[in-house]
Design a protein around this ligand. Structure first.
Ligand SMILES: Nc1ncnc2c1ncn2[C@@H]1O[C@H](COP(=O)(O)OP(=O)(O)OP(=O)(O)O)[C@@H](O)[C@H]1O
Length: 269
């Protein structure tokens, strides 16, 4: 398939045939440099569709660098080499329309960052920018997205209140709702609960486990309990290398290498 600029639309990318394609996204030979700093040395991973994969490892090991490369958040910040294969296209190609691609591969950041707008407008803003005007349709997307992010019951009577009136945990679920309103295939989350209290954290975790029925989720986390509670697969990063990858249960109970064992048992990092 040729990759021309602006062709990242549904009709131009491969449709998933779930009987044949089990992988949502794959990276091959991904390497990232910040100037002379070789922050990601060998980023080869495959992400199974409709699963949660945790990226774990000590501070500075390259987890966020890897995650942010998956939807080109490192453009203009770092040099990214290698392939990111998604539905027949290389996301890392200079010919990709990054704006369109991010509708398919969405990201939620560490700190909740709702727009300074109403709860409703946080969800409808990008949709309206894209030309969706039908109020009924917009209302429907607001409701479905907030329900999917497990926030609807808490905010349904306050949709026109400022998003900033919400608690940190609610703001983060609003950011998840805002991202899934674009109907992405893949959700990237960079420590989405690290700034939240334990109750908000467990709500986010429950939400993610529900969401994996329809989305492929890749999450950076420092919280080992969180990784083992919610993820199907875990990748262990160490000094820019992905040293271990496998089913979460196996990585946590029978790690294959000492560095993984040391990290998950708290001996370093
Ligand atoms: N914008 C940047 N400019 C220069 N160096 C950077 C930049 N971002 C990250 N790095 C460096 O790249 C390496 C990997 O950082 P990265 O943030 O990916 O690690 P991490 O495993 O996600 O760490 P943490 O868990 O602390 O977020 C580190 O040495 C970091 O200092």
């Amino acid at each position: 398939m040729s990759i021309e600029k602006y062709n990242f639309s549904e009709k131009n990318i491969l449709q998933f045939d779930t009987s044949r394609h089990q992988l949502a996204i794959t990276t091959q030979g991904l390497q990232v440099y910040y100037g002379n700093k070789h922050a990601l040395v060998d980023g080869d991973l495959e992400f199974e569709r409709y699963r949660i994969t945790s990226l774990i490892g000590a501070s500075g090991s390259g987890k966020s660098t890897y995650l942010r490369s998956l939807n080109r958040m490192n453009d203009n910040v770092a040099k990214v080499e290698g392939k990111i294969l998604y539905r027949g296209l290389d996301v890392n190609s200079s010919k990709i329309n990054v704006y369109e691609m991010r509708k398919h591969i969405g990201m939620v950041f560490q700190r909740p960052n709702p727009f300074s707008k109403s709860i409703r407008a946080n969800i409808t803003f990008a949709l309206k920018e894209q030309g969706l005007k039908d109020k009924k349709k917009l209302d429907e997307i607001v409701e479905v997205s907030l329900k999917d992010a497990a926030l609807w019951d808490e905010v349904k009577d306050d949709l026109d209140k400022s998003a900033w009136s919400l608690s940190g945990g609610q703001q983060q679920r609003l950011c998840i709702a805002r991202t899934i309103a674009m109907k992405p295939d893949i959700l990237l989350l960079d420590e989405p609960a690290s700034a939240l209290d334990p109750i908000s954290t467990s709500k986010i975790e429950e939400t993610l486990v529900e969401l994996k029925k329809r989305y492929t989720i890749i999450i950076v986390t420092h919280n080992m309990q969180q990784a083992s509670r919610i993820s199907d697969y875990t990748a262990f990063f160490h000094m820019g290398h992905i040293l271990e990858y496998g089913k979460t249960k196996n990585v946590f109970t029978t790690p294959q290498i000492k560095a993984t064992n040391d990290y998950i048992s708290g001996n370093f990092g």
